[in-house]
Design a protein around this ligand. Structure first.
Ligand SMILES: Cc1cc2nc3c(=O)[nH]c(=O)nc-3n(C[C@H](O)[C@H](O)[C@H](O)COP(=O)(O)OP(=O)(O)OC[C@H]3O[C@@H](n4cnc5c(N)ncnc54)[C@H](O)[C@@H]3O)c2cc1C
Length: 478
């Protein structure tokens, strides 16, 4: 069996199971495009470049593909989609643009936000066309329209997304290498010409390529890096997979890439207390309220993540409770997963629920739920101005999950342009270097809206793959 066959078999195994790839000493290799990272943006870029005729190698430092994208839960924002039309939801890219700019406190790069919003519908079409399921639509905080797409029944988006992309990579017999860390970008004559790689055994080798797509994700799992920019987050835990360390930022900075918004680090308000599990915003989107230890609401549950997190941190003990009912449970399949992980407490009455989960005033909780149901019926939240209250909280048993804020997303990253070209300190493209996904900065400004990241990974992944393939082709001819 030649080395290429060993690689292909190893590749399929890596994609499916988390790698059995074992390769003897490598000589220098040559390809058209190297993609660093195998999350949503990396696999999308790789498939797009491959379909445009490029020879592609994907590098993933972890033992399995998928990155944070695989963990994503709530869904993918997109405006004016075929699915929204089927459900008579009126939306358009301009509203998504405005919501995203407002959520990002207007420091986002508007040109990139326009690309995100305008292409989001086509990105849903892309996923549907390759076998994905995006047929359920809900709402995430900061959105003024129901535009968060996810699999039927409100299943977590990440599993379906990454499974779909993996299957497509396998179908194309693509070269995807797990346990393979990009440690250096190779430069010749001012152009990126490849990557130095360290394999799982510590051996180093070079891959020469015409273009490199950096899709290596954010750095929320790297507390040292997080606290360098935000010392006040010392001691926080993270919702991210352990590979989200931000080494792609170092690779890019070493070749002169400009970084922006590095101190813009998102804290997610609802990480399950005492665990690393993220409770998706869709639980609130589908109707849950947030209650403090004294049994009272304290914030508009659908405000932006930064505002909701700050409000939770001000409550007794710095934690709070998501409170909902069996009807809301039925509306979102993901909640069964939280039961499976034993994160949900139940009570036949609000008073009983308060007792089992440590809310000190059960009568206050009962009164809070009663009032909320009145607001829900009247479609007007008199206390906190919550705009969307899709369901009342009435059907026993009542349910609570204790939550606290955790480090979730890094808005900052490499500066890139509308063609996904990574820019240097003089805002000029670094030839041959493209970026997509959480490693980039500028799309989300000071605060990312839930559902916008998966949208970003698919849209900018598609652009980066197409651009890198075209650049490689032109470069070959030159
Ligand atoms: C628990 C959770 C839930 C979320 N839910 C949602 C949601 O519902 N909707 C939404 O829009 N967003 C959500 N997000 C955010 C979203 O999932 C991520 O921002 C997005 O998936 C990032 O995609 P990416 O492709 O840029 O990076 P990732 O998916 O993280 O992939 C990057 C990959 O690059 C690899 N890598 C890093 N450095 C190197 C290197 N040097 N060499 C080789 N490989 C490298 C990493 O190991 C990783 O596998 C969620 C995040 C988390 C953690």
């Amino acid at each position: 069996m030649d080395r290429r066959q060993v690689l292909k078999i190893g590749t399929a195994a890596a994609l499916l199971t988390g790698s059995k790839l074992s390769i003897a000493q490598r000589a220098e290799e040559t390809t058209d495009v190297v993609v660093v990272g195998s999350g949503g943006s990396g696999l999308t870029a790789a498939i797009t470049a491959f379909d445009a005729g490029a020879k592609v190698i994907v590098l993933e430092k972890m033992p399995i593909t998928g990155g944070n994208s695989q963990l994503s839960a709530g869904g993918m924002n997109a405006a004016n989609t075929v699915i929204q039309k089927q459900k008579n939801i009126e939306d358009n890219w301009e509203i998504m643009f405005q919501d995203t700019m407002k959520g990002g406190k207007e420091i986002n790069n508007p040109q990139l936000v326009e690309i995100l919003a305008k292409n989001s519908s086509a990105s849903i079409d892309f996923l549907l066309s390759i076998g994905g399921d995006m047929t359920d639509v809900g709402r995430m905080a900061g959105a003024s329209v129901n535009r968060c797409h996810r699999p039927a029944g409100g299943e977590a988006v990440g599993h379906n997304l990454i499974h779909t992309l993996r299957q497509n990579a396998i179908k194309r017999n693509m070269d995807v290498r797990t346990g393979s860390r990009a440690i250096k970008l190779l430069v010749e004559g001012g152009k990126i010409v490849g990557v130095e790689v360290q394999d799982r055994h510590g051996r180093k080798y070079n891959i020469k390529s015409s273009a490199v797509v950096l899709a290596s994700g954010g750095f929320s799992a790297n507390l040292e890096r997080v606290t360098k920019y935000r010392p006040e987050y010392a001691g926080f835990s993270s919702t991210n997979q352990p590979g989200a360390t931000g080494d792609g930022l170092d690779l890019a900075a070493a070749v002169g890439a400009k970084l922006r918004d590095m101190e813009q680090i998102q804290i997610h308000p609802t990480q399950a207390a005492g665990s690393k599990i993220l409770i998706t915003e869709a639980v609130r989107g589908n109707g849950a309220i947030m209650i403090n230890r004294e049994g009272k609401r304290f914030v508009n549950e659908l405000t932006t993540r930064d505002a909701a997190s700050a409000a939770v941190l001000k409550q007794t003990g710095g934690t709070a409770f998501l409170v909902f009912d069996q009807n809301i449970r039925k509306s979102l399949k993901q909640i069964e997963g939280y039961y499976h992980l034993e994160l949900c407490k139940e009570g036949a009455t609000p008073q009983e629920l308060a007792k089992v989960c440590g809310i000190t005033d059960g009568d206050a909780l009962a009164e809070t739920i009663k009032k909320y149901n009145e607001y829900q019926e009247a479609k007007k939240d008199e206390e906190f101005g919550r705009a969307d209250m899709p369901r009342p909280i009435k059907e026993a048993n009542f349910i609570a999950i204790e939550i606290r804020p955790g480090i979730h997303y890094t808005m900052g990253g490499v500066v890139f342009d509308t063609q996904t070209r990574v820019l240097n300190e003089s805002n000029q493209p670094i030839h041959g270097l493209y970026g997509a996904g959480e490693v980039t900065g500028g799309v989300h400004g000071a605060n990312r809206l839930g559902g916008n990241s998966i949208s970003e990974t698919i849209t900018f992944g598609r652009i980066a793959g197409a651009q890198a393939a075209a650049y490689a082709k032109a470069n070959k001819k030159a």
